[in-house]
Write a protein that binds this ligand. Structure first.
Ligand SMILES: [Zn+2]
Length: 95
């Protein structure tokens, strides 16, 4: 019976976990000036770089208000085989 179950249905019933993506930096930060909208480059795991950009921007423009944007990437991972619960409980799969 499990061969007749559409793969999309089986995926919908899989158990998934969500975690931070281990293949990218834990977070990335970009600072934007609230006055002129100029923004820093994106820094990864480098708060000193963000602070230096703000100090240099203020020294050059006298702008003193900023917005920080922090980005973290997440990844969904199936736990166990996709659709495994359908194999474990064949009476449910037959419905
Ligand atoms: Zn500015």
């Amino acid at each position: 019976m499990r061969g007749r179950i559409a793969s999309g249905v089986a995926r919908a019933f899989a158990t998934w976990t969500i975690d931070l993506d281990p293949d990218v930096p834990e977070f990335r930060v970009r600072m934007t000036c609230d006055v002129c909208n100029e923004h820093s480059e994106v820094y990864s795991d480098d708060q000193a770089g963000v602070g230096l950009w703000v100090q240099l921007h203020t020294a050059r423009t006298m702008h003193t208000r900023f917005t920080e944007a922090v980005t973290r990437q997440w990844v969904m991972t199936p736990t166990g085989a996709i659709g495994q619960h359908l194999i474990d409980t064949p009476q449910e799969a037959a419905r």
